[in-house]
Design a protein. Structure first.
Length: 342
């Protein structure tokens, strides 16, 4: 299969770094199952439904920094599968939380001579060299979820995700209206630029005290005991901020078992977390729409190949968040969360 190489449009100097680009797509939900998002899992999209694109078959690799068992990445994967089914794309999914191993997965995609690569840049320096190799090989690359600050610098065509600093600032501002005075921001993967930026954003706008706590996000019993110990050590902590749904649900257990009165707010959703918001166990979540990130990343590579399109014009990121989900609007999200798409 021949690959169509299309030139990128010239970049204008001085364009602002972050502009919300509204991207609306008619999403066809695929009723296919999702993997656990586990280490180095590789899957192809399920059988494509009737009505798929009539364009030639192409192969796209989605390579993430997904840790084992994180349901967030199941949702990203489902979005990518839905786009692949619609666009007549063979989707190869792989993920590894170790940056060096993730870089090897990108190299594997290059070796397979795929037609496009969608990649997360949680630790961009570790991926810089292999991304350049893909581009040198004529393989278009787009970014999603992590790497908003470096996607243009590394030559990616487009980026789909939220500005983590902005989302953190939004959460900090919201906390100012809750009466919270001392927030504990729990980071489950030290050095992940997305997570660090979230807590830094909270600290920037929250008028109370913000303290960072690092935990091992792959070991939930350890997460619970570490949060519990911190709350017992400092009784002034009245807010626990987590950066992912599994950690948020564990934090609720830690607060409850420790007899504390701290409240819990979080970034990101899953089905169980939506239920926790409905029950009042969690105040609210910041939603970045991971399904949309996976969908748009794959669809953009198909559009680039078949129609020469550049999402965001090749100049601005396509923002998928932040948006707040709380008890006032959780009912509108719950039916989609039950399907694993929110």
């Amino acid at each position: 299969m021949s690959r169509i190489s299309l030139p990128r449009p010239p970049r204008s100097a001085g364009s602002p770094r972050v502009v919300a680009v509204v991207a609306t797509a008619a999403l066809t939900l695929a009723g296919c199952s999702s993997s656990s998002g586990g280490k180095k899992a590789q899957e192809e999209a399920a059988d494509v439904p009737a009505g798929k694109a009539g364009t030639p078959r192409m192969t796209i690799a989605l390579v993430t920094h997904a840790p084992a068992g994180d349901t967030f990445w199941d949702t990203v994967h489902k979005g990518a599968q839905a786009a692949a089914a619609k666009d007549n794309v063979k989707l190869i999914y792989s993920g590894d939380e170790n940056a060096g191993d993730q870089a090897n997965l990108v190299q594997n995609a290059i070796n397979q001579k795929v037609d496009g690569i969608a990649v997360t840049l949680a630790k961009p320096d570790a991926l810089k060299s292999v991304v350049a190799k893909a581009e040198k090989a004529g393989i278009p690359v787009v970014g999603l979820n992590a790497g908003l600050g470096v996607w243009k610098e590394q030559g990616l065509l487009s980026f789909f995700g939220q500005d983590e600093s902005v989302s953190g600032q939004a959460l900090g501002t919201k906390l100012n209206g809750t009466g919270a005075k001392h927030a504990l921001c729990v980071i489950q993967a030290q050095g992940d630029v997305n997570l660090e930026e979230r807590c830094a954003g909270v600290k920037k706008t929250f008028r109370g005290r913000t303290e960072i706590l690092y935990v091992n996000g792959t070991d939930m019993p350890s997460v619970k005991s570490t949060i519990n110990a911190k709350l017992k050590q400092d009784g002034s902590i009245d807010e626990v901020i987590t950066l992912g749904a599994p950690v948020a649900l564990t934090a609720v257990q830690a607060v409850s078992e420790g007899g504390g009165k701290a409240k819990v707010a979080t970034f990101d959703l899953n089905k169980e977390l939506v239920s926790a918001i409905e029950k009042g166990d969690i105040q609210f979540a910041v939603d970045q729409q991971p399904y949309l990130q996976g969908y748009l990343a794959i669809d953009s590579l198909w559009l680039h190949r078949t129609n020469g399109n550049f999402s965001g014009g090749g100049e601005q990121p396509v923002l998928t968040g932040p948006a707040f989900v709380d008890r006032s609007n959780v009912d509108t999200v719950a039916k989609f969360a039950a399907k694993g798409t929110r």
